[in-house]
Ligand binder design. Structure first.
Ligand code: B12
Ligand code: SF4
Length: 499
């Protein structure tokens, strides 16, 4: 894109994440990687900036920001999500201290942006529509403080992210995005407030161009489809995206895909088959709770009246590992819910079970309702699994907190965790993704055997699992070790994070 603008040295900055469930810090320690995923939002913003600008991207999750970089820059563009608020504040302060004007955007600033007093320009919403007017005004010397998007852009208009600005080898996965938005209306979720209910999609050919770019850079590791619900527009996914991906994958090595979807994925054997053939190995589902009353209460209609445990089994058998989100603290929950959640998660073999207390994020209908009922206690931390909530729960805060704490402690204790890995491996039938063996993975593998099997709590359970896998499903041994490493991360994080 060419705009009339004087050359500008712009620094794109991504604040560090705290040590949370999704940081995977304690698992990444077994690899040469520093972070799970690159900042796709900032990479997209970079591609929308004028060609005449000089750009540097510093993701503070993988490298420090130096004073030299600050001295080089004319302008800082800061992105992030709520959980990065503290580190974003420190970063903004540092930029201001270096005399830089700061432009801020991304989900962190979507609500109550006024609280970031030091920011010079807020460019809110999706940059494809909100950035161009800002750039025009900046070039004309009349940039305002606030730019709000006039509409939700079609994704065909979104540029290919500027992958050249990051070092892929520092990340465990790369990311692309096929769609934004979700057709459902769960009361606690702000996806629809941010991205709308009509899933907007990229033409498959455009998405393949992004994958080509990554493959061309030599990337063979996992790729996350950063969609809120990949199957939100099922027809396009089945008729356009997946056939194109299957064709694209032919003869290529590596690049397993993972994504997020709604649980009704289980209803469509053809879709599951296509996803497997295209190389999807993992899917994150919003299961939330096996309790029908709670699902009804928060309008999670598409999870109602289903055999949710059967759905998970179907998806595992189809070759996709299920990760899932669970919530406790719905109005209809009583203290017996903790045991029912525990038993559901164990029975279904969902190894990566993200369990949080119900929170009311800004922009949600849940927040409006609780405000009307006088049951809001303030803001949220942005980490939905740290044992905090901004809701006065019907079961009482103490009962919720202690039940939650005990549930999480149990789910990630070695005995319960390894048992769950085994139930998962008993039914999982993964596709054969040919990922090249590297020295890095070999080193990580040997180290994990030492840490999990010699040094850490739970070594007896680890070797019992290893023995079972080697005798029953030897092909899945590396996966069993990988899951065990994740278990170690979850144990460490829940021990130090949960309030
Ligand atoms: C990938 C992802 C992650 C990754 C983040 C990896 C990374 N390096 O950023 C991981 C898995 C770590 C993660 C974790 C979590 N996430 Co998350 N995640 C996403 C997801 C699915 C995709 C993000 C993405 O890449 N989008 C694609 C890019 C192109 O879009 P974008 O980032 O929004 O950027 C656009 C605009 O925002 C804007 N923009 C972005 N940055 C900037 C900067 C400037 C200067 C400007 C001008 C514009 C701008 O322009 C871009 C192009 O339009 C989003 C949902 C979504 N659809 O975006 C949720 C989302 C960002 N996550 C969210 C949440 C709540 C979480 C978690 C708490 C757990 C959870 N419930 O999912 C944790 C918190 C982190 C933790 N505990 O450590 C929320 C954030 C809400 C908020 N207000 O902060 C979102 C929006 C989903 C939701 N509604 O619940 N997440
Ligand atoms: S299905 Fe998932 S993404 Fe869609 S509204 Fe519900 S919680 Fe949000």
């Amino acid at each position: 894109m060419q705009r009339r603008a004087r050359p500008v040295n712009a620094l794109l900055l991504y604040p560090p994440f705290p040590d949370t469930f999704w940081s995977f810090k304690h698992a990444l320690a077994f690899t040469d990687r520093d972070a799970l995923l690159p900042p796709l939002g900032l990479l997209t913003v970079a591609a929308l900036l004028p060609d005449s600008w000089s750009l540097r991207l510093v993701d503070l999750n993988v490298e420090p920001l130096t004073d030299r970089e600050l001295a080089w820059a004319d302008l800082a563009l800061v992105g992030g999500m709520q959980v990065q608020e503290d580190s974003a504040r420190r970063l903004i302060e540092r930029c201001k201290g270096a005399g830089l004007p700061v432009v801020a955007g991304g989900p962190l600033f979507a609500y109550d942006h006024e609280r970031f007093e030091q920011v010079d320009h807020f460019v809110l919403g999706e940059a494809e529509v909100s950035l161009p007017p800002f750039l025009d005004d900046l070039a004309a010397g009349r940039a305002r403080r606030l730019y709000r998007p006039s509409a939700l852009p079609e994704l065909a208009a979104s540029p290919i992210p500027r992958w050249d600005l990051v070092t892929p080898g520092r990340y465990a996965s790369m990311a692309v995005q096929y769609s934004r938005g979700c057709p459902y209306g769960c009361e606690f979720c702000n996806v629809t407030a941010l991205f709308g209910r009509r899933p907007r999609i990229k033409p498959a050919a455009r998405l393949l161009a992004e994958l080509d770019r990554l493959y061309g850079l030599g990337w063979r590791g996992p790729v996350f489809f950063s969609d809120d619900n990949l199957i939100g527009n099922r027809r396009h996914v089945k008729e356009d995206l997946l056939p194109a991906l299957i064709e694209w994958k032919r003869g290529k090595r590596g690049m397993p895909f993972f994504t997020q979807a709604s649980v009704n994925l289980a209803d469509d054997a053809e879709l599951l088959g296509q996803m497997r053939e295209a190389g999807f190995t993992t899917v994150f589902l919003g299961i939330e709770t096996p309790e029908e009353a709670a699902l009804l209460e928060v309008n999670k209609k598409h999870n109602l009246g289903r055999d949710l445990a059967g759905d998970v089994r179907t998806i595992h058998r189809a070759g996709l590992q299920v990760q899932a989100g669970f919530i406790v603290g719905f109005d209809s929950d009583t203290p017996s819910v903790f045991e029912r959640q525990r038993s559901f998660i164990q029975r279904t073999g969902i190894v990566t079970a993200m369990v949080g207390m119900l929170q009311a994020p800004p922009g949600t209908r849940l927040r409006d309702r609780l405000e009307r009922e006088g049951r809001l206690t303030g803001g949220i931390t942005g980490d939905n699994v740290d044992g905090t909530t901004n809701i006065l729960p019907r079961m009482g805060l103490e009962a919720l907190r202690s039940g939650y704490r005990a549930l999480v402690d149990d789910l990630y204790s070695p005995a319960t965790f390894y048992e769950r890995v085994r139930s998962f491996l008993q039914v999982y039938d993964p596709p054969a993704v040919r990922t090249p063996l590297t020295l890095e993975s070999l080193k990580g593998f040997v180290r994990s055997l030492y840490v999990l099997g010699v040094r850490e709590r739970g070594r007896r359970q680890f070797w019992r699992l290893a023995g079972w896998v080697l005798t029953h499903r030897p092909r899945l041994f590396p996966l069993a070790v990988k899951e065990s490493i994740c278990g170690l991360h979850f144990r460490r994080v829940s021990r130090c994070r949960i309030a």
